[in-house]
Design a protein around this ligand. Structure first.
Ligand code: WT7
Length: 654
């Protein structure tokens, strides 16, 4: 395109506020009838049978929804099924030779698994786990990067009815130990290391450090990812993955029949307190819900090659790399490494090489691509793409439009999907073939989802006014409880807006939002003490306790400040004990302390030393003010402070 024309196009795009789904897409879409919203509404909760119908059940369920003991809902009661049978066995007759997983390592090596092959691997590893003593309902922890053995291990667990608990590989040894202890998990699947920017990274040392902290007995399986590059001595209760699987060559294991409400997995996530929350997801409701949303929102069809570039260590990868896509029998792409290795066109090279149909990624990545420039995607043929998606944090209209134009060629709908670890799957987004897209706004709630934007009193706000997201009807993919902590489940998510006397139960996701005249919801961000760094959820309390754990630190406050690329970044304000000196050395110790206790993603952007923190008369730290300072914003009201002067002193330091 010539220069002036291109500029004209940019100008038009910058002004355009809404976009219609491309006709070519609508014609072929899985869901394209606008009546679906009314149909779900009129037929609620039976409408959710549409989701359950996407699965193969061993025994039919009695009732779609049981709500006798709110907010402890049950879905598809007495239905029986197995998740690995749904993701593998039932595809063998028709699609056994089709690809289930296409994996690419950072160094460029590839591994492909047909459904037949994946089924075999999963059977063998399931047999190996059984041989090691894993029984139904035992929780198996996985601490692995993006290698095929991770989904294989997850599906092997699902096959034998052992819930998995995947810990993101970038998390620290401490984080691993906390999660294993909290779940009483006696089994760990991990690996020796993996590649990042071309270097072999040691992972096993971290895993071993974590294990050393776990007080109960454990059995570990170690995948050899790095070969000769890194040799680790295995102890007596540590086993080599390849040896175990070789012993089970050709094994075939009947999938254990699970109840719909049986736990499929646990996923720990950050909240207001320092202790991570163990979110419990079930076999029937969760699997139906992620299959349905993969079908309706991501428009996944069996013949597609679908790529979600998230990490399986987060809920996005569970729902939309592993369970949803495989349940639908499609080909799911997995990439081990970073998007700019060896060069900044790596993502586009993968799209071109595999002929990717749908790409689901995060705003933080899109902002990076935008900064690197359109010359990288322009080097590749991206015409295979049919749909684009984003998840994890609000996307600014500028990044949305860049994605639409430079990646989608103005021919792909974009779904901006709002959801959470707790919701299991997508909740608020446009359906890609129905209704217009408005950059920056996720869209209306999905059919059957009853989300609102309300004020403090629970009343719906007027269009344009800021309020809080609430959901006043249950949905199949919802978390059932926090592991072994029903009380916290109720107090975290249901207390704020429910009226238990009137039997009105309202789920509170702790996000701020606005709604427009068309019912489109724009998410403003978390309203609790959670920071969203590049779409990753971090608790301020967790960061603060890591900082206070550093020798010489007396008190600390962590807040989120705006960040051009990451969305939000971590700022920590630190008071030192007497006798310790401010400066680079102390700062390095604090950064290291946070990385050790949580992981590099929580690395503070800035450490600000201060003799005092702004506090209310009752002694509460005024985080709002610290956020204003981090953002360089006009300072809010300081009149209720016990120590108003301190704010100006701190602001001067930044
Ligand atoms: C929080 C949940 C959903 C899987 C990945 C994150 C924020 C998520 C969007 C979006 C604006 C979003 C919310 C939410 N968020 N998607 N499309 N637009 N914000 O899962 O770690 O449980 O975090 O991510 O604040 O509460 P999570």
């Amino acid at each position: 395109m010539s220069e002036p024309e291109d500029t004209k196009l940019e100008a038009r795009l910058a002004e355009q506020e809404s976009f219609e789904p491309p006709e070519s897409f609508v014609e072929e879409a899985n869901v394209s009838d606008p009546d679906i919203y009314d149909e779900f509404e009129e037929n609620w909760p039976e409408c959710w049978e549409r989701a359950a119908e996407l699965l193969t059940w061993e025994e039919e369920y009695d009732e779609v929804l049981v709500d006798d003991d709110e907010p402890f809902y049950e879905w598809f009661t007495n239905g029986k099924l197995n998740a690995s049978a749904n993701c593998l066995d039932r595809h063998l007759d028709d699609r056994g030779d089709e690809l289930a997983i296409q994996w690419e390592g950072e160094l460029g090596e590839t591994r492909e698994y047909t459904y037949e092959e994946l089924h075999r691997e999963v059977n063998e590893f399931a047999a190996a786990l059984s041989e090691l003593g894993v029984e139904e309902d035992d929780i198996v922890t996985m601490y692995m990067p993006m290698i095929p053995e991770l989904p294989i291990a997850m599906l092997a667990c699902a096959r034998i009815g052992a819930p998995h608990s995947v810990v993101f590989a970038g998390f620290s040894a401490d984080a691993l130990a906390t999660r294993m202890k909290s779940a009483d998990s006696e089994y760990l699947v991990t690996c020796d290391g993996y590649y990042r920017r071309g270097d072999g990274l040691d992972h096993m040392t971290k895993a071993n450090e974590g294990l050393a902290d776990v007080t109960h007995d454990t059995t570990t399986v170690v995948v050899d990812r790095l070969g000769d590059e890194l040799e680790h001595e295995l102890t007596e209760n540590q086993h080599d993955y390849d040896d175990l699987v070789a012993d089970q060559a050709g094994a075939s294991l009947e999938p254990v029949v699970r109840d719909a409400e049986d736990m499929l997995f646990l996923m720990y996530t950050s909240g207001t307190t320092g202790q991570p929350k163990g979110v419990k997801h079930t076999t029937g409701g969760y699997l139906s819900y992620v299959s349905w949303t993969s079908h309706a929102v991501l428009d996944v069809k069996p013949a597609d090659t679908y790529w979600c570039s998230a990490d399986i260590g987060w809920i996005t990868g569970h729902s939309y790399i592993v369970y949803g896509p495989l349940a639908l029998g499609t080909t799911t792409v997995m990439y081990e490494g970073t998007p700019d290795y060896p060069d900044k066109d790596r993502m586009w090279e993968i799209v071109e090489n595999y002929g990717v149909d749908q790409l689901y990624t995060a705003p933080t990545a899109i902002r990076a691509f935008m900064k690197w420039g359109s010359r990288y995607p322009e080097q590749h043929d991206l015409s295979s793409l049919r749909l684009l998606g984003t998840v994890g944090e609000p996307i600014n209209p500028k990044a949305w439009k860049w994605y639409y134009k430079h990646i989608g060629g103005e021919e792909c709908p974009i779904v901006d999907t709002w959801w959470q670890t707790e919701t299991g799957g997508m909740m608020i987004t446009t359906l890609p073939a129905i209704g217009e897209m408005k950059p920056g706004s996720a869209g209306p709630p999905l059919p059957g989802i009853s989300a609102n934007v309300v004020d403090e009193a629970g009343e719906e706000v007027a269009p344009g006014e800021a309020g809080y997201v609430t959901v006043d009807r249950p949905w199949p993919g919802m978390l059932r409880t926090l592991y072994r902590n029903d009380e916290r489940f109720v107090s975290e998510y249901w207390e704020a807006y429910s009226d238990s006397d009137a039997d009105e139960w309202v789920y509170f996701p702790e996000d701020g939002a606005k709604i427009d005249e068309d019912g489109y919801i724009t998410i403003l961000g978390r309203v609790d003490d959670v920071i969203n760094v590049s779409g990753h959820r971090l608790g301020t309390m967790e960061i603060e306790s890591a900082v206070v754990g550093v020798e010489g630190v007396a008190e600390a406050a962590a807040v989120g400040g705006d960040h051009e690329m990451k969305g939000e970044a971590v700022y920590v304000y630190v008071i030192l004990e007497d006798g310790y000196e401010e400066g680079a050395e102390m700062e390095a110790a604090i950064v290291e302390g946070v990385e050790e206790s949580i992981g590099p993603i929580a690395r503070p952007e800035e450490v600000i030393f201060t003799p005092e923190l702004p506090k209310t008369r009752s002694g509460k730290i005024m985080r709002r003010l610290l956020e204003d300072i981090a953002n360089g914003d006009e300072l809010g009201n300081t009149s209720t402070l016990r120590n108003p002067d301190v704010v100006k002193d701190i602001a001067k330091k930044l």
